[in-house]
Design a protein around this ligand. Structure first.
Ligand code: SF4
Length: 276
């Protein structure tokens, strides 16, 4: 369900200097949440703890990321707790190695990440209440029969369990079961999100992969312009106006994307506990 690796993309680590420049620009703005992930595994970044610390020093209200936990050693866990992370989402979608990676003998990977998460929860509990810990499972054919068990396993251990809809990643995947409402509306991602990729390229949607060759969704480059110049600039404005006028073709990845109509799911509070 994840497009990382599906296409040949240029990958890399955001340079710390660029990260600091971005955070400095956000420091006095009313940013609701800073997510340190997009199409990559945040724990791969060798300076992730330093990045969290820097963002918190600059008083960003809520710093978070989602991870698959495979690299979360006890040492790294202590570092990110000490860095004052606000919340962490463990996205694993399975209860066993067999389900996690059915194509190969990857049982050990699952055993390790399961242990990593348990160790992290113990470390967090010892230290206090931060970061909040969320367990996440995505509803798909492969998971629908284990969702109740998943909630049961983690409820009361994690701070909450989130059950999310599968996304198409701007039309990369066709799951064929997406709900659609009759009339298409402007996608709220254009109004509510700002996404800076590792290489500084900026878009308005966390699902859109600029390295897939669709450059129409790129509204600027944080290495060359300030975030104000980019987000109040003509490219974003034109994009919003064209969608308000019903011209969704102006942004090809939006045209093929069904994810716009359930954007609200991404703002809803965790709901696993509601489903038990
Ligand atoms: S329509 Fe899809 S690709 Fe376009 S901004 Fe919304 S979620 Fe992203």
């Amino acid at each position: 369900m994840c497009p990382a690796g599906k296409k040949k993309r240029k990958t890399g680590y955001m340079p710390i200097g660029l990260f600091r420049r971005i955070i400095d620009q956000l420091a006095n703005k009313d940013i609701v949440c800073l997510s340190l992930h997009k199409l990559g595994e945040p724990l791969l970044h060798p300076r992730i703890a330093e990045m969290i610390s820097y963002a918190k020093e600059k008083r960003i209200k809520h710093v978070r990321f989602a991870t698959n936990a495979t690299l979360l050693t006890a040492e790294l866990g202590r570092e990110i707790i000490d860095a004052d992370l606000d919340s962490i989402t463990f996205s694993i979608d399975a209860l066993s190695g067999q389900r996690y990676c059915p194509a190969g003998d990857r049982k050990n990977i699952f055993t390790r990440l399961d242990r990593n998460i348990s160790t992290f929860i113990k470390l967090r509990n010892k230290k206090g209440k931060k970061p909040k810990i969320f367990m996440q499972i995505i509803t798909m054919e492969e998971t629908k029969d284990i969702i109740k068990q998943f909630i049961k396993k983690w409820a009361g251990i994690a701070d909450d369990v989130m059950v999310k809809n599968v996304l198409s990643w701007a039309g990369e995947f066709n799951f064929g079961n997406r709900k659609q409402i009759n009339r298409r509306l402007l996608c709220m991602n254009h109004l509510s999100q700002g996404v800076v990729n590792w290489d500084g390229k900026v878009s308005t949607c966390c699902l859109f992969d600029n390295n897939a060759g669709d450059i129409d969704g790129i509204i600027g480059d944080a290495r060359k312009n300030s975030l104000d110049e980019i987000f109040y600039g003509t490219k974003r404005l034109e994009l919003i106006i064209s969608q308000l006028k019903g011209n969704y073709k102006s942004v090809p990845h939006c045209m093929r994307c069904p994810d716009w109509n359930d954007y609200l799911d991404r703002f809803r509070p965790a709901r696993g506990s509601l489903q038990t």
